[in-house]
Design a protein around this ligand. Sequence first.
Ligand SMILES: Nc1ncnc2c1ncn2[C@@H]1O[C@H](COP(=O)(O)OP(=O)(O)OP(=O)(O)O)[C@@H](O)[C@H]1O
Length: 346
Amino acid sequence: MIELKNIKKVFQTKQGSLTAVKDINISIKDGEIYGIVGYSGAGKSTLVRMFNGLEMPTEGTVAIEGNVISQLQGKSLRKERQKIGMIFQHFNLLWSRTVEENVLFPLELAKIPKEEREAKAKELIGLVGLEGREKAYPSQLSGGQKQRVGIARALANDPTLLLCDEATSALDPQTTDEVLDLLLDINKRLNLTIVLITHEMHVIRKICDRVAVMDDGKIVEEGSVIDVFKKPQQDITKRFIRQDANPDSEDTDMIFEELLAEYPEGKIVHLTFHGHQAKMPIMSKIVREDGVDLSIIQGSIHQTQEGAIGSLYVQLTGENEKIQVAIEELRKLQVEVEVLEHVVET
Ligand SMILES: Nc1ncnc2c1ncn2[C@@H]1O[C@H](COP(=O)(O)OP(=O)(O)OP(=O)(O)O)[C@@H](O)[C@H]1O
């Protein structure tokens, strides 16, 4: 169990003091994959660095398995840190060392006997799928392979917690998915708790159990991934989800705006379906029974750890009253309905 209580972090800068993290309370269960999503500058890196004492909170406590990391120093902090692995956006590998030597490095620091550490490195290299590349140097590896080395090295001391700081942000989409699959596999096999920070909702959706949305140093929304995707509360969360459902959202936003201008009597609605709803003929029922016209603008279906989420943007046209009835009907059928007024920020 990881518990962050009333965390605040203030930096002193030349321009004065800057509060990067404010009033954060988080509780994470063993074996959970917990994601923190936010835009650049939200305070994610500062927050994640407080989990292993790379930054110390100005106020509040960070406790892992009951050990209050934020009150440790020197040797006792280094000892606790060994139980926490970390991977980074730019891998932070030792470039003059081979794959094997990179993985051996933390084992050497921990003074593990030679034979034992060699066996451990072999096991870890196998776990991350890099057999045969032991003697390669980082410069000879692809981005995905470099991150696999980072993961193997982070697991060397059998941590109970793995911190991922934008670990897939430097990778292409296909490689991102492969690394995420690997993290999921390791989480299940080792019952490893994972805390990851990202600016991509896609990463959260693919592997996380729970998500916290961070904005201006605070957590503005938190919940299970499926609940947050089904019923986002904050505008910033809706924006992240829209970006995931439609990575080219700027183009689509313009199409929405044009349609709203062209059919002022109609409504553009974003519908979110989950589980069994996806199999129900909901849309044809609405058209048939409520007498509205419906045009599909865009649709997608995405997988989460708790099943698929369907996202459909439709334009409803017809009499205003009938549109209203149709929207109510959809809500009765437990479909999440967001009526878009304006999507392009002014
Ligand atoms: N060591 C530091 N000294 C002073 N200010 C800092 C320091 N580290 C971070 N900050 C500031 O704290 C705020 C939050 O930064 P942080 O890096 O935690 O955000 P982030 O969400 O991780 O964004 P990014 O992905 O761009 O790093 C920013 O305004 C940043 O400039």
